[in-house]
Design a protein around this ligand. Structure first.
Ligand code: SF4
Length: 451
């Protein structure tokens, strides 16, 4: 790809538009978008159901997954220290970033130290949080996505609309038109041919790149191992071909030992795509050793907080961090499947987005997210690690209507939907007359309570 064909930095669709409802109304009128999502989600739900045909086994596995994640979080600081010690012993350089700005600057520092001009990226939602492509582009460094779905949305200057399948909102015809327009290739709706076109374009980039960036599915404290699952092989290429590998991940991705990974992997791949296992399971434990033929000369891990400590500090909201990013809650959500991922205007859409995003950006930046749910419970029922998503959504709604001067500060931006007038109306209307008893406590005397 020459300079003219270079893909410009991603423009965030809907950026700056805080109105979730307006975006949802627009998406609901887009018949093509709704057809694309319906088709894709029906297929994913069917595949997941087939992968978990034994309900007893599924529930035992979910219980185990919940236990493993809860145990890891219960000793998170200790496990992170152990992870750092073991990775360092293995030759990996570990960096800590409290904010996305810090994380981006660490990447830039490494890139400058190596005079890097080109970065190739495997799939990483944390790098999306950081808007790494946009940041590096601003510093004259090209950052190219190598996951096919990510490549498609990057080519069309969009954000991913699903955490597992970034381009799920597009059908084959739309991808064909995109490739024809942007890459100048012959129009074809043949999916195999489209994949070959993408592969041919990307293949050379792996060898030209100065740095490979990847995410991490699980970081194993006991051995200092970074585990990465994928189906396309681009993750392996990104982490082994360029001379420098930078892995970026959230602090919650740590697990205690390798034994814990086995059930979590089974839950992840079956819940996400109905697969018993992914095509590639990469286990990265350090840079290339003297006797090894391939692998990077340098491996870095950036551990990003970005609001996760805030969720961790509250025993109920902490459960948000159990997430293994399978996307099943999105596939089964009646809201997400109708409005699509871009409607949320944030990196993480759907049910998981509604509970994690407020910690990352502040509840006041996404005031409608906790309410954009029917509370039907489907998300909680399918979550492989049993995150009680509806309960957490109700909790966030409560935080959203807390009085600004409430002494119990839980999160940034809480109380953004507080209305003194509404509270007074509730207090007066529901509880002020003896004839109308408060349904919450049966009191007949006037008193105020949170709506
Ligand atoms: S909240 Fe549960 S279902 Fe949703 S992405 Fe995370 S692990 Fe998967």
């Amino acid at each position: 790809m020459n300079a003219e064909q270079r893909i410009p930095a991603i423009q965030i669709e809907n950026a700056g538009d805080p109105d979730f409802r307006a975006r949802a109304r627009k998406s609901l009128k887009d018949e093509q978008l709704r057809r694309n999502f319906r088709t894709a989600m029906d297929s994913l739900m069917t595949k997941r159901a087939a992968a978990f045909s034994d309900a007893d086994e599924r529930e035992r596995l979910r219980e185990m997954g919940n236990h493993i994640r809860a145990r890891a979080l219960s000793k998170l600081p200790e496990l992170l220290e152990r992870l750092e010690a073991n990775l360092t012993r293995n030759g990996v350089k570990v960096h800590w970033a409290e904010t996305v700005d810090e994380a981006n600057n660490i990447v830039l520092e490494i890139a400058r130290a190596h005079e890097a001009r080109q970065v190739i990226k495997g799939k990483s939602m944390v790098s999306e949080e950081m808007e790494m492509n946009h940041f590096l582009d601003g510093h004259g460094i090209e950052c190219l996505e190598s996951d096919m779905g990510e490549y498609i949305v990057q080519l069309d200057h969009e954000k991913p609309s699903h955490i597992i399948m970034p381009a799920i909102h597009k059908n084959a015809g739309q991808v064909a038109s995109l490739f024809h327009d942007k890459l100048g290739v012959e129009y074809t709706k043949d999916v195999d041919q489209l994949i070959q076109i993408g592969r041919r374009t990307l293949r050379q980039k792996f060898f030209e790149a100065d740095i490979g960036v990847s995410g991490v599915n699980f970081a194993v404290a006991e051995t200092g191992t970074l585990l990465l699952v994928e189906n396309e092989g681009n993750g392996r290429m990104s982490t082994t071909v360029p001379p420098v590998h930078i892995a970026v991940t959230g602090i919650e991705k740590v697990v205690e030992n390798l034994r814990d990974v086995v059930p979590l992997l089974s839950l992840l791949t079956r819940s996400a795509l109905g697969q018993p296992i992914t095509t590639y399971v990469n286990m990265i434990s350090g840079p290339r050793k003297a006797h090894e033929l391939d692998g990077p000369q340098e491996v870095h891990l950036i551990l990003l907080d970005n609001g996760r400590s805030q969720a961790f500090a509250d025993s109920e909201l902490r459960q948000t961090l159990n997430c293994i990013r399978c996307g099943a809650c999105m596939n089964h959500c009646p809201v997400y499947t109708r409005v699509g991922g871009h409607t949320y205007g944030e990196v993480y859409p759907g049910p998981i987005g509604k509970i994690i995003t407020p910690h990352m950006v502040g509840l006041d930046k996404v005031p409608d997210h906790p309410s954009a749910s029917s509370l039907c419970g489907a998300c909680g029922e399918v979550c492989p690690v049993k995150i009680p998503i509806p309960t957490l959504l109700r909790r966030l709604r409560e935080e959203n209507v807390k009085a600004p001067d409430d002494p119990h500060k839980v999160m940034r931006g809480q109380g953004s939907k507080y209305s003194r007038q509404e509270r007074l109306i509730w207090a007066a209307g529901a509880c002020s007359t003896p004839a109308r008893r408060c349904t919450a406590c049966s009191a007949s005397s006037p008193h105020a309570f949170a709506p």
